[in-house]
Design a binder for this molecule. Structure first.
Ligand code: 3H9
Length: 703
C-alpha cells in the first residue's frame, strides 16, 4: 500500500455544516494518522459556533474499509478506533456518515457511531473481521445489535458477508439511500436533523430480553456444533453480542476490546492476515512496470475436455464471449453436454436463474474448426498433456491468431519455452496453468518463460483477475523442477507420503493425519478423485531420477484398473458411485506384498510423524523453488498452497508455518532424514542459508 498522505483528513465547511473528509488512498483505511485527523477535525467542528452538524465523508472510491490491518502487529496508537467511535457518538451536534463504495469493518463501525447514515445506492457494507480471525473491535458488536437486532447482527458478523445499501436500509442500518450526489444529499440531510441520536441509547432491539437471549443461545449452539467450542472469533462474537444486552455499553465495549485483543493474538488471525496480504503481494508482477494488460473480450479455448470446459465455464461466468474448439462432432457434443450439465446443476441448486443460465450459454460458440480463432484476443490451448499434440495445435493457433492476440498453453509440466516456440510468436505466448476443477478452483499460475513479453504476461494477469481468480507468477525455465510451483510441491508432498506408505503407514492413516492438520482431503483421497491414471501417465512420460526411490504402489494399482472414483475402486472403494469411500483392503494386501518383495519390515508412523514429514517436504520444495527463481516470494508459495491445494488458510501457508518452527530447526530435522532419501530430504540451499543466517522466509518476502 502507498505511503499514507501527510494530512489524510480535511475539514471543510458548507454553511452551517462541517465536513470531515477522509482521503487515505487506496481504500481509506483508518490508520493512526487518519484517526488523529478525524478526532482533531471533529473537535474543531464541535467547538465552532457556526457549525450545527457534521458530515463524515471520504474521497476516492470508498468509505473506509476498516482499520489499517498492518497496524495490528504494532504498538497501539491513540486514539484507538474504539475511542474515536465513542468521541463521534458522544458529539453534542448531529454527526452524519456519508457512505459510498464499501464501508467495511472499522469503517462501518465509524458510521454506526455516527448519529445518522446516508448511503449511495450502489454502496455496500459489512463486518468482515471474522475472515481475519477477529471481530469488530470498535463498538460494532455493541452497536450493530442495537440497530438491527441480534439475529441479523450475528448473521453479518459470523459470515462477514456484505449487504447492499437497499438491504441495509430495510434492516435499519441506513437512514437514507440516494442516487443523487452523496455529499450534497448528506449536507441537506444534516440540515434537516436537529439532535444527535447516539446508537448506544437505542433500545428498540433490546426491549425483549428473552427473545434476544433465545437468539444468542441458538447461535451459540449452532457455532458449537458446526465449528466447535474452541473456534475463537465466532464464539467471542456471540459473547460480545450477549454483553450488548446484559451489560452497560461502556462495560460491553471493554468486553469487546479484550475479545478483540485475544483474537488478534491468536495464531489463526496471524495466519489469515498473512494470507490476505500474500494474495495481494502475488498480484504484483514485475511486468507491471513495463506494460499494461490489453483488453480481452473474446477468448477461444482449444480442447473441451474437463479442463477446457471448466475454463470455458469460468470465462462465461465472468461475462466473456467464448469460442470452444473440439475435435469432430462427438467432441463438440461431449463438451456441450459437460458445460450444459454445469448450468443445469447451478439452476437446480438455485445458484443461477434459468434465464441467467440460458444467457450465459448464448455467449458460447462451440465448433470443430479452428478458423474462428482469428477473432479471439486470447487463445488458450487445453488439449491432453502430450508435447507433440500440443506443439501441433499451438503451431496452428500461431498461424491463425490475429497479430496481437495472446496465446496461452495450459500445460502443467511440459517445457513451456519449447511449446511457446512452436507458435512462431513466443513473445506473445505464456502459460496459464488452471487447477481442476477450473470453473471453481481459485488459483491460476501464470507461466513466464524467458522470452515472454511483459505485454502478454500482463494481459494474462488481467484476464485471470477478471475471472475473479488469484494469479501467481511462476518463472518457468527449462531444466528446473516441474516448471510450476504447485506441481513441484505436490510431487514432493506425494513422494513423502508414498515413502511412508511403502515403509509402514496406510493410505487412510496418512489421509486422516492430513485432515486433522486442516486439509479437507488427504493425498490419497485427492488421488482417487483426480484419477490415478492421470498421474500415472505423467510419471511414465517423464524421465526417472535415478537417485530417487521410486514407489511402485500407485503404478500397480493402475495396472489392475483401480483408477480411483471413476472406476469405483482406488485407495478406497466407492460403493454405488458414492463419493465417500471405505478403505480398499486389496490395496492394503498389495502394499503388504510389495513390502515383502522389497524386504521392507513395516514400521510405525504416528500422525505427528506423518504431518511433520509431509510439511518438511513441502517447505523444502518451496525453498528449492525460491532458489531456482520459479517462485518470487515465499508468500506466493503460501498463496498457491492455500488456493490450489486447500492448505488451511488460518495457518497462513507452509512457509509461514516454517517460520513459526524456524528455518534452522527445519534444516536440522531435514539433516536427520536426509540419509533415508537425499533427493527429497536434502536441504535446499535457500533453507540452509536462512538457517545459517538465523533468518526467516518472511525476510525474503517483498511487497
Ligand atoms: C477492522 O476493521 C478491525 C476493527 O473492527 C477494529 C479495530 C480496532 N488495511 O484488496 P485490494 C490494501 S479489520 C490495510 O487489492 P480491491 C491492500 O493490501 C479490517 N490495507 O483492492 C491493497 O494494498 P496494495 C476489516 C488494506 O479493490 C490495497 O489496499 N476490513 C486494507 O480488490 C487495495 O486492496 C477488511 O477486512 C486494510 N483494511 O478490494 C477489508 N484493505 O495496493 C479488507 C485493503 O499495497 N479489504 N488494503 O496491495 C478488502 O476486503 C479489500 O481490500 C477491498 C478492496 C474489498 C476493500
Amino acid at each position: 500500500m502507498k505511503q499514507a498522505p501527510k494530512h489524510p483528513v480535511r475539514l471543510e465547511r458548507q454553511g452551517n455544516v462541517s465536513l470531515i473528509v477522509i482521503e487515505n488512498p487506496p481504500v481509506n483505511a483508518l490508520g493512526a494518522a487518519v484517526r488523529r485527523g478525524i478526532a482533531a477535525a471533529l473537535n474543531a467542528a464541535l467547538s465552532n459556533d457556526k457549525t450545527d452538524a457534521v458530515v463524515i465523508a471520504a474521497n476516492g472510491r470508498t468509505f473506509p474499509v476498516g482499520a489499517d490491518i498492518r497496524e495490528f502487529d504494532m504498538a497501539p496508537q491513540q486514539p484507538s478506533l474504539s475511542q474515536l467511535c465513542s468521541l463521534v457518538e458522544d458529539a453534542r451536534k448531529p454527526v452524519i456518515a456519508a457512505i459510498q463504495g464499501t464501508a467495511l469493518g472499522g469503517g462501518l463501525e465509524l458510521a454506526m457511531a455516527a448519529h445518522y447514515r446516508i448511503a449511495s445506492k450502489d454502496a455496500r457494507m459489512g463486518l468482515p473481521e471474522i475472515k481475519l480471525g477477529t471481530l469488530p473491535g470498535a463498538g460494532g458488536t455493541q452497536r450493530l445489535p442495537r440497530l438491527i437486532g441480534p439475529e441479523l447482527a450475528l448473521d453479518m458478523m459470523l459470515t462477514g458477508s456484505q449487504v447492499s445499501a437497499g438491504i441495509a436500509a430495510e434492516m435499519g442500518l441506513i437512514d437514507l439511500v440516494t442516487s443523487n450526489d452523496l455529499r450534497a444529499e448528506a449536507v441537506a440531510f444534516a440540515r434537516s436533523v436537529k439532535e444527535p441520536r447516539p446508537t448506544s441509547q437505542n433500545r428498540t432491539h433490546l426491549s425483549d430480553g428473552s427473545a434476544y437471549m433465545a437468539t444468542v443461545a441458538a447461535r451459540r449452539a449452532q457455532v458449537k456444533m458446526e465449528l466447535g467450542a474452541d473456534a475463537l472469533a465466532p464464539n467471542k462474537i456471540i459473547d460480545c453480542v450477549e454483553s450488548a444486552l446484559l451489560l452497560p455499553v461502556e462495560t460491553g465495549l471493554q468486553v469487546e476490546r479484550s475479545a478483540f485483543e485475544d483474537c488478534i493474538a491468536s495464531r489463526e488471525s496471524a495466519g489469515l492476515r498473512h494470507a490476505f496480504f500474500a494474495e495481494r503481494a502475488a498480484a504484483k508482477f514485475p511486468e507491471a512496470a513495463e506494460a499494461k494488460p490489453e483488453p480481452v473480450d473474446r477468448i477461444a479455448i482449444v480442447g473441451g475436455g474437463l479442463m477446457g470446459s471448466g475454463i470455458a465455464i469460468a470465462a462465461l461466468q465472468s461475462g466473456f464471449a467464448v469460442t470452444l474448439v473440439e475435435q469432430g462432432e462427438s467432441g463438440v457434443n461431449a463438451a456441450l453436454e459437460r458445460i450444459g450439465a454445469f448450468y443445469e446443476r447451478s439452476v437446480a441448486k438455485g445458484r443461477l436463474s434459468e434465464a441467467q443460465g440460458a444467457a450465459a450459454l448464448t455467449h458460447l460458440q462451440l465448433t470443430n474448426k479452428l478458423d474462428g480463432l482469428g477473432e479471439a484476443d486470447l487463445i488458450i490451448e487445453a488439449v491432453a498433456e502430450d508435447f507433440d499434440l500440443k506443439a501441433g495445435i499451438l503451431s496452428e493457433i500461431g498461424s491463425l491468431a490475429k497479430p496481437d492476440a495472446v496465446i496461452a498453453t495450459n500445460t502443467s509440466y511440459l517445457d513451456l519455452a519449447a511449446l511457446a516456440a512452436t507458435t512462431g510468436r513466443a513473445a506473445n505466448t505464456i502459460g496459464l496453468h488452471f487447477f481442476a476443477p477450473a470453473q471453481s478452483n481459485a488459483l491460476v499460475e501464470i507461466g513466464v518463460h524467458d522470452t515472454a513479453s511483459p505485454q502478454a504476461v500482463m494481459t494474462g494477469l488481467g484476464f485471470v483477475r477478471a475471472l475473479g481468480k488469484t494469479a501467481v507468477r511462476a518463472r518457468v525455465h527449462a531444466g528446473f523442477g516441474s516448471g510450476y510451483i504447485g506441481n513441484a510441491i505436490l510431487e514432493a508432498y506425494r513422494h513423502a507420503a508414498d515413502l511412508m506408505l511403502e515403509d509402514g503407514a496406510t493410505p487412510a492413516q496418512i489421509d486422516g493425519a492430513m485432515r486433522s492438520f486442516g486439509f479437507r482431503l488427504g493425498p490419497y483421497q485427492v488421488a482417487d478423485m483426480s484419477g490415478l491414471d492421470i498421474a500415472y501417465a505423467r510419471r511414465k512420460s517423464k524421465p526417472r531420477d535415478p537417485e530417487a526411490r521410486y514407489v511402485e504402489i500407485a503404478d500397480k494399482m493402475v495396472e489392475q484398473g483401480w483408477l480411483g472414483q471413476k472406476s469405483g475402486r482406488g485407495y478406497y472403494i466407492y460403493i454405488d458411485g458414492q463419493r465417500q469411500g471405505v478403505p480398499n483392503g486389496d490395496v492394503l494386501k498389495l502394499i503388504a506384498e510389495h513390502r515383502a518383495k522389497l524386504g521392507i519390515t513395516p514400521r510405525k508412523f504416528t500422525d505427528r510423524d506423518i504431518r511433520d514429514r509431509i510439511l518438511l517436504a513441502i517447505v523444502n520444495a518451496g525453498a528449492r523453488l525460491l532458489g531456482e527463481g520459479v517462485a518470487a516470494r515465499p508468500s506466493d508459495i503460501d498463496t498457491v498452497m492455500i488456493h490450489g491445494f486447500g492448505y488451511p488458510r488460518g495457518r497462513g501457508g507452509p512457509m509461514m508455518d516454517a517460520d513459526a518452527t524456524t528455518p534452522s530447526i527445519i534444516a536440522s530435522r531435514l539433516s536427520i532424514l536426509a540419509p533415508e532419501e537425499p533427493t527429497l530430504w536434502g536441504a535446499a540451499p535457500v533453507l540452509t542459508m536462512l538457517a545459517q543466517e538465523r533468518q526467516k522466509f518472511a525476510d525474503l518476502n517483498t511487497a
